[in-house]
Design a protein. Structure first.
Length: 401
């Protein structure tokens, strides 16, 4: 068995294995977003009032946040190969529960489990950072996390297509079947890795997540940046359907879903950010990306006048958010090699807070101030992120030298 404390890297992580990790991460995280475009179908199928069915999304996201704190840190304590495969097998069971649910109770319970177990994506990201040679860690992390963003962006489109073809249950049953195939593939390629902190009890392991925040200032800085960029990301993607579906645009749901494909282009373009972080350009990459994030809102503000401007804005925003996210993870994974899962858990909690904040704020702002208010909010959050980076730039640069 390999021991992570020895930092043994027999060979670079192959392109096939990296793509496999990215695919599994994308599929796993997509499971918690499939329900968003089919809430009306679920409402009809289970006789749940449309104003109440939205709670399903909230429950899923809450369970995901709980999983970040309670499950992801286990990657520093347990054998990661068994942990990943075990969580994915349980995810398959949860997906089957949702896909065969005959009551609203079973539906809500199954979706809660889906959200809880979807955090296997973060365990995979931390494991990918461990498997990669140090000189390629940023590139590998960049490709794997791009899989996550692509999964989030494509989930709504795929869910809508499968629902139109074979009904909403097919979404979860097809996902369960694909996840089983991924388990078989991972079983063949994942190495056995013994952890270096087995003397810690589970409560001590969870407590150490907060201790890491107190000890590692770069973690705190990068976590706050994550909160801000994913607030901006969520502000756009939560509220975008509102102006696109309303007059004068009045686009169909299929056309609206196609904008997720535009976002994929930006996410893929950002994979180079990991390579730049490997070469020591992480701070510069962050600054440029945050400037692009701010500029993106200028184009997005013209959505009602020009869909081409929106396309440019989406590409810039997704490129910027993913570039900063990849750079953040490259930096924090270098802090404590024996604590990568706990570092990931703590960092991603701020990601969840940002996503939830953006979702809630954007819909409220749109109701009161329209699309111009949403764009002003997104631009303000982006400007705050750029200002925060500038204020902490000197310390971070010094600490990384």
């Amino acid at each position: 068995m390999l021991n992570t404390s020895d930092a043994v890297h027999a060979s670079p992580m192959s392109h096939y294995v990296t793509l496999l990790f990215a695919a599994v991460c994308g599929m796993s995280v997509a499971n918690i977003y499939f329900a968003q475009p089919i809430l009306d179908n679920l409402s009809s199928a289970f006789g749940i009032d449309y104003s109440t069915i939205g709670i399903l999304i909230t429950i899923t996201q809450i369970c995901y946040a709980v999983g970040l704190l309670l499950l992801v840190p286990l990657g520093d304590l347990l054998n990661q190969r068994r942990l990943i495969i075990g969580q994915m097998l349980l995810s398959i069971i949860a997906l089957v529960i949702v896909g065969t649910a005959s009551s609203s109770m079973a539906l809500f319970a199954g979706m809660g489990l889906v959200g809880l177990l979807a955090v296997v994506t973060q365990t995979l990201v931390a494991f990918a950072a461990t498997m990669a040679v140090p000189a390629e860690r940023g590139r590998v992390v960049g490709m794997v996390t791009s899989g996550i963003v692509i999964g989030i962006l494509l989930a709504r489109t795929i869910s809508g297509i499968l629902t139109d073809i074979a009904g909403w249950r097919s979404v979860y049953l097809v996902s369960a079947a694909l996840m089983l195939l991924m388990v078989c593939a991972l079983f063949r390629v994942l190495p056995n890795v013994e952890r270096g902190v087995q003397s810690l009890s589970y409560p001590q392991l969870l407590r150490s997540v907060f201790i890491l925040f107190a000890q590692e200032r770069i973690l705190r800085i990068r976590a706050i940046l994550a909160l801000l960029i994913f607030t901006a990301f969520s502000i756009l993607w939560t509220s975008l359907v509102l102006p696109l579906s309303a007059p004068p645009l009045s686009l169909s749901h299929t056309a609206i879903g196609a904008f997720g494909l535009v976002g994929v282009a930006g996410a893929l373009a950002a994979t180079r950010a990991g390579k730049l972080a490997d070469r020591g350009y992480g701070q510069r990459t962050t600054g440029v990306a945050l400037i692009l994030l701010l500029i993106s809102w200028l184009f997005i503000s013209y959505t009602e006048q020009s869909l081409f401007a929106l396309v440019i804005g989406i590409v810039l925003l997704d490129l910027a958010v993913q570039a900063v996210h990849v750079t953040n993870q490259s930096m924090i994974f270098a802090l404590r090699t024996e604590a990568r899962s706990r570092l990931t858990a703590g960092y991603m909690v701020f990601y969840s807070i940002g996503s939830a904040t953006g979702s809630i704020a954007s819909t409220h702002i749109y109701a009161s101030y329209g699309w111009d208010g949403v764009c002003l909010l997104g631009g303000s959050v982006s400007a705050l992120a750029l200002l925060f980076w500038a204020m902490t730039r000197r310390y971070t640069t010094t600490a990384l030298q």
